[in-house]
Design a protein around this ligand. Structure first.
Ligand code: FE
Ligand code: FE
Ligand code: MG
Length: 166
């Protein structure tokens, strides 16, 4: 922990750490949901969907890295036991039990929308108070917004294709 780095945070650092650890839990669950979704995915347009799910998995994993680095900088500990992912998550986990492309897209869009809401709250909390965390969260939310749009565009293409075959 950097003591001056922690001192300049104009927020209760312990409360901030609670929120960063919750977001960290979300990222691991999002990573696994995407990673497994890409493995089991079936149906029309699956090549395009798998490519996107795989890319998003790596990006979610990188978000967990960014959050863990900041948690440690602030003197906290990233979650040490995966059982706590479920206790701390904001956005939960939707098991890809139905491998149909459309179901996976809908599940992951829901996850992204939750993530965007979570990070918007963190942006509002840290703006003008903790520029270092703010900058990290901004980087992450930019990608979550991109993820939502990527998946909604794929879902739209899927629906158009389904209509063409009616
Ligand atoms: Fe993420
Ligand atoms: Fe995402
Ligand atoms: Mg993408």
């Amino acid at each position: 922990m950097g003591s001056k780095g922690r001192e300049i945070v104009g927020l209760d650092v312990d409360e901030l750490l609670v929120l960063l650890r919750k977001a960290f839990a979300d990222e691991w669950l999002a990573y696994y949901q995407y990673w497994l979704g890409a493995k089991v995915c079936k149906g029309p347009m699956k090549e395009a969907v798998i490519t996107e799910l795989e890319l998003h998995a790596t990006e979610e994993l990188n978000h967990s890295l960014l959050l863990s680095n900041r948690i440690i900088q602030l003197g906290g500990t990233p979650i040490t036991n995966p059982q706590d992912w479920f206790k701390l998550t904001n956005c939960g986990y939707d098991a890809p039990d139905d491998p149909f492309v459309k179901t996976l897209l809908i599940q992951n869009i829901k996850g992204e929308q939750c993530a965007i809401g979570t990070y918007k709250k963190l942006l509002d909390l840290t703006r003008d108070k903790d520029p270092v965390t703010y900058n990290i969260i901004l980087t992450i939310i930019e990608q979550e917004v991109e993820h939502e749009e990527d998946l909604q565009a794929l879902l739209e293409d899927f629906e158009l294709m389904a209509r063409a075959f009616k």
